[in-house]
Design a protein around this ligand. Sequence first.
Ligand code: BJW
Length: 302
Amino acid sequence: SATRPSVVSPKDLESFQQHLTQSTRILALLGAGLSASSGLPTFRGAGGLWRTHDATSLATPEAFERDPGLVWQFYSYRRHMALKAKPNPAHYALAELARKKRRLHYTESERLSPRAQHPASQLKLLHGSLFDVKCSDFFCNYVEKNNYTDPIVPALAIPTDESDPTSTSALAARGIQPNELDISDEGVALPELDYSHLPKCPKCKRGLLRPGVVWFGEQLPSSVLDDIDDYLKTEHKIDLIMVIGTSARVYPAAGYVDMARMRGAKVAIINMDPNDIPAGGLYDGDWFFQGDAAQIVPEILR
Ligand code: BJW
């Protein structure tokens, strides 16, 4: 933001903006770090723990099968947080670029970019959306888009307890209402929820509903994969791929960086952590902008 001193070197800024001006085919791979400044935790590193659970260990079909109540409480909490969060300056700057230039892609499943008026046709949710739900029964194909009901069923309400003095100060720091207990705090007891408490499929009336996201071992949405394949595998050159706030460890998305490079793309990385460089490494003439995406993205796209 304008109030923070720039962390981008003038030389890098100049060469990047010169390349950006000449670029028409642009991809962006966007990760959880894009929304970190909006207060939404990432999956790995600081904030990657939810209570005592590694966040990625809850994003599996096996975890849902074992303890759907726990997995739903994790997602219900994240839906609640995402509904309260606001897009940050990076979301707005990317939305603006998408309106002006050709094309952008997306990996994360939080839905702040739509609220920053990012054109929907330019936003591809590789790992689904926190606000889609679908039936977990293998034989049922029920899908519901944009379900913003919070909580989705009463049992998944974030517990509140106005008399608990420990909740207030810890929560205020995280922007949570003082009368809401922070269920990401392992000191706050979680109710045990089973099939009877959780949302059921209105179509088959038997299966549990589950978040409409892509878990480990599951296939990415084929329409999105086809679209990206078309874009990356045509004979056209790609000018630039921006890799923003993602550890670029999860495939197939992480592989798009090398695929774009093979089509001639230069790579620009925006990340807090200088070690989070995609597997192929950085080449001469690429950029690594270290810092908060919410500050750097608007600065370099200006
Ligand atoms: C900041 C910042 C600030 C912080 N500013 N920066 C090839 C090789 C090896 C393995 C595989 C392979 N191909 C497939 C696999 C298996 C697996 C995989 O990749 N495993 C790897 C871990 C090795 N992939 C899959 O299983 C995928 N499916 C698949 O391939 O299917 C094939 C198939 C075919 C046919 C039949 C069946 C299957 C599916 C992957 C699904 C991932 N799902 C999740 C959860 C989504 C739902 C939810 O929201 O809960 O997606 S996991 C999680 O990771 C989420 C994210 O989209 C994804 C990536 O995380 P992201 O966004 O990079 O976040 P972090 O936390 O990792 O990083 C944050 C970054 O931000 C850090 O770098 C910070 O430094 C930075 N940062 N603050 C700037 N302010």
